[in-house]
Design a protein around this ligand. Structure first.
Ligand SMILES: *[C@@H]1O[C@H](CO)[C@@H](O)[C@H](O)[C@H]1NC(C)=O
Ligand SMILES: *[C@@H]1O[C@H](CO)[C@@H](O)[C@H](O)[C@H]1NC(C)=O
Ligand SMILES: *[C@@H]1O[C@H](CO)[C@@H](O)[C@H](O)[C@H]1NC(C)=O
Ligand SMILES: *[C@@H]1O[C@H](CO)[C@@H](O)[C@H](O)[C@H]1NC(C)=O
Ligand SMILES: *[C@@H]1O[C@H](CO)[C@@H](O)[C@H](O)[C@H]1NC(C)=O
Ligand SMILES: *[C@@H]1O[C@H](CO)[C@@H](O)[C@H](O)[C@H]1NC(C)=O
Length: 369
């Protein structure tokens, strides 16, 4: 990027779609101003020539995510001379709307004699491309002054990145989820919204960081996953610029210790007990039945519901049940082990459901307690 110095001596007037080039001097401008003040109206610039200078500082600007900032200064004129400052894209026939362009003071460096016309162009996204922008003045005389200097602004698609501090998360262990927006427009902070997290317990940390020449915006989330977050799609949605959004999504892998759910029960029908053990965990736990290792006729179903549940069913005779006293289900994975003594429910006679385990307790092998 080069800063260009003033390209002096060129003024163009297009109220009648014609451009003039002319020599000028500061004194002529002053004379003109004087003419204005004493009531002489038309043709001051067109007739006598005026020195209007535009300093854009840069010929080429790379837009950041959401906006581009264009430093600009032009010959200071008495406000009575001036009607409007207008930025256009490509040609003067395409003036920018107030939504697209916002006046912003403080961007230009060379303002000792110039009046600032710096602007922010908002919401430049889409296909990677370069656009040319120019500046013109509507004068009080109804003349339009189009400056020949233009600036090229290149913009590219938004780079949004979501990353996890570790590939595999562990339930109940706090982790960091990071969402970053690269090459951020300096003017406004983006708003970040997280979607898909099961637990509401999280503490976001937001900051800007300059990496090389690129300003990045980060949001780091201290998050403690719950087992149900396994395979959840987490989305970080960013609103930035005036009215732009972008999002990034990751799928979580959350490991968790086995946990035997309270829906695990034994149901007794006459001389047969059907016991169901429902166990959650990632990696999916292996299920064992304490004291029933010799029985091979149990079935284990690995559930598809969220990939974290295993159901195991075993049938035992009342005789076996009397022998072992309690039915204990054990779930094991690499993170740990869980066990539960299953309650026995009498089918069709719930009143007795709490009594039976007590009745047989005396017969149980002490090792199983
Ligand atoms: C400029 O144009 C407007 C409307 O087009 C008109 O009302 C006004 O009188 C004009 N001013 C001068 C100085 O010619
Ligand atoms: C996303 O962020 C990660 C971690 O900061 C980094 O390694 C990766 O290169 C980034 N990807 C993009 C496309 O910026
Ligand atoms: C924001 O942009 C969307 C489409 O991208 C548009 O429908 C909506 O009207 C815009 N809102 C504002 C306030 O400009
Ligand atoms: C099962 O129920 C007991 C008592 O009601 C409760 O303390 C425990 O947290 C429950 N376990 C699960 C996995 O829901
Ligand atoms: C496991 O058992 C629970 C409780 O009975 C049931 O809701 C769930 O559908 C079962 N899952 C499978 C895969 O059989
Ligand atoms: C059941 O779990 C408890 C504590 O987690 C443990 O002390 C006990 O040995 C386990 N019982 C069996 C049969 O694995």
């Amino acid at each position: 990027m080069t800063a260009i110095t003033n390209a002096p001596g060129i003024s163009s007037f297009s109220s009648v779609q014609k451009r003039y080039r002319m020599k000028f001097s500061v004194s002529v401008v002053l004379l003109c101003v004087l003419h204005m003040w004493i009531g002489s109206t038309n043709g001051c610039f067109a007739g006598d020539g005026g020195h209007l200078e535009l300093d854009l500082e840069k010929m080429f600007i790379t837009a950041a995510a959401g906006c581009a900032q264009i430093p600009c200064g032009f010959t200071d004129l008495p406000t009575t001379f001036m009607a409007r400052e207008i930025w256009f894209k490509g040609s003067p026939e395409s003036p920018l709307s107030p939504e697209e362009v916002e006046k912003k003071n403080g961007l230009s460096r060379a303002l000792s004699t110039l009046r600032e016309c710096s602007v922010i162009l908002w919401d430049l996204v889409g296909l990677d491309r370069t656009e040319e922008y120019g500046f013109m003045l509507k004068l009080a005389t109804n003349e339009t002054h189009i400056f020949p200097e233009t600036v090229q602004v290149s913009y590219s698609s938004v780079k949004l990145n979501i990353s996890l501090s570790s590939e595999v998360l562990v339930a109940t262990k706090m982790t960091l989820l990071t969402c970053s927006l690269s090459d951020l427009c300096l003017v406004s902070d983006p708003k970040i919204t997280w979607k898909g997290l099961r637990s509401k317990q999280y503490f976001p940390l937001r900051y800007r960081l300059k990496e090389g020449n690129v300003l990045k915006y980060y949001e780091k989330l201290h998050y403690t996953p719950v087992p149900e977050d396994h395979q959840a799609e987490i989305t970080c949605e960013v609103t930035f610029g005036k009215n732009l959004t972008a999002s990034a999504t990751v799928t979580l892998t959350v490991h968790s210790e086995p946990q035997i759910l309270n829906s695990s029960t034994c149901t007794r029908q006459q001389d047969l007990l059907t016991c169901l053990c429902v166990c959650e965990g990632v990696p999916l736990p292996d299920i064992h039945w304490a004291q029933l290792q010799d029985k091979s006729d149990f079935t284990t179903v690995r559930a598809s519901d969220g990939h974290i549940t295993v159901n195991s069913t075993i049938m035992i005779t009342a005789e076996d049940f009397v022998r072992i006293g309690t039915v204990i289900c054990i779930g094991t994975n690499k993170l740990g082990q869980a066990n539960m003594t299953l309650p026995v429910i009498f089918e069709g006679n719930p009143d007795q459901s709490n009594e039976l385990p007590m009745t047989f307790k005396g017969n149980s092998d002490p090792d199983t307690e």
